[in-house]
Write a protein that binds this ligand. Structure first.
Ligand code: AMP
Length: 115
């Protein structure tokens, strides 16, 4: 597994800092966002350290699909058949943690276009 020493999500994957884990598979981990923006707000991350989803698509394309599958399961298991999946990619798009992650947001009406 690839990891980066000062990456907060690598530390969560390794169990070195606590997280409210809601689902896990061989390649992905899902945990609640510390600063939730909706009644359900979960992050689904690859266990391997990759900076963003574009890079993940190059190095582990099957894991991109796995993140989406896990995200769908998290939403539907919580009773939401309507949910938003977001990959902020790059600083200008709002990415603040450079370990790829898929936001799963549900439980309230969501505006379009996003801010
Ligand atoms: P982004 O801005 O798309 O990179 O999203 C990063 C997300 O990680 C933000 O929504 C933060 O609230 C969330 N976050 C940062 N640190 C933690 C943590 N230790 N546990 C859970 N979520 C976190």
């Amino acid at each position: 597994m690839w990891r980066v020493a000062d990456c907060i999500f690598c530390k969560i994957v390794a169990g070195e800092i606590p997280a409210d884990v809601v689902a896990e598979t061989e390649t992905a981990l899902a945990f609640r966002d510390l600063n939730p923006q909706a009644p359900l707000h979960v992050l689904v991350v690859p266990r391997a350290h990759v900076a963003d989803v574009g890079e993940l698509a190059d190095v582990e394309p099957a894991t991109v699909a796995e993140l989406v599958r896990v995200a769908r399961g998290v939403a539907t298991d919580a009773g939401h058949d309507s949910y938003r999946l977001v990959f902020n990619t790059g600083e200008e798009a709002g990415q603040s943690v450079f370990h790829a992650h898929l936001h799963v947001l549900a439980g309230r009406p969501q505006a379009w276009p996003p801010g």
